[in-house]
Design a protein. Structure first.
Length: 140
C-alpha cells in the first residue's frame, strides 16, 4: 500500500496558547493546509476550482487530540480522500511528530459545492477527476 500524501509543517511559537501547546484551531488549519496541498499536488489549483464554478466544503470535522504539540515540533500532516457513494466523501488525516508519535487525527465529511446553485454537486468524484492532472493522488 502506498504512503498517504503528507506535508511537513514546523510548529511556530505564535500558534501556541498560554499552556505552551498548539492552539485548538491551529490543528484544523494544519489539516486544511494539507488538503489544499493535496489538491494542488493533484493539479487542482484554487483558481481552477473557481473557474469551474465549484469549491470544496467541509460539513463536519472531528479532531482527536492524542499528544500535545509545542513550538519547534516538526510534524507531518497526512491527507487521504475516502470515496463512497453520493454527494459527500471523507477526508482522513493524521498529524504525526517527526519521531513517529501520532499527535492528532482529523476526520471530515466534505463535498464539492456548485458555487452558482449553492448546492453540493451530485458526483464529487467525477468532478474532481475532470479537474485533476493526477487523479490517483485523490484516490480516483
Amino acid at each position: 500500500m502506498a504512503e498517504p500524501f503528507s506535508v511537513r509543517i514546523s510548529v511556530r511559537g505564535y500558534e501556541t496558547d498560554a499552556q505552551g501547546h498548539v492552539n485548538t484551531a491551529v490543528y484544523v488549519q494544519y489539516a486544511e493546509h494539507a488538503r489544499w496541498s493535496l489538491l494542488q499536488a493533484a493539479g487542482i489549483r484554487q483558481q481552477d476550482l473557481l473557474a469551474a464554478g465549484v469549491g470544496p466544503v467541509n460539513m463536519e470535522a472531528t479532531v482527536r487530540f492524542l499528544r500535545e504539540l509545542r513550538a519547534g515540533d516538526e510534524i507531518d500532516v497526512t491527507c487521504g480522500f475516502v470515496w463512497g457513494e453520493g454527494k459527500s466523501f471523507r477526508v482522513e488525516q493524521a498529524l504525526v511528530r517527526a519521531d513517529g508519535t501520532r499527535a492528532a487525527e482529523v476526520d471530515a465529511v466534505s463535498g464539492i459545492m456548485d458555487l452558482t446553485a449553492r448546492r453540493l454537486v451530485a458526483d464529487p468524484r467525477a468532478r474532481l477527476r475532470e479537474l485533476a492532472k493526477d487523479p490517483g493522488l485523490l484516490g480516483l
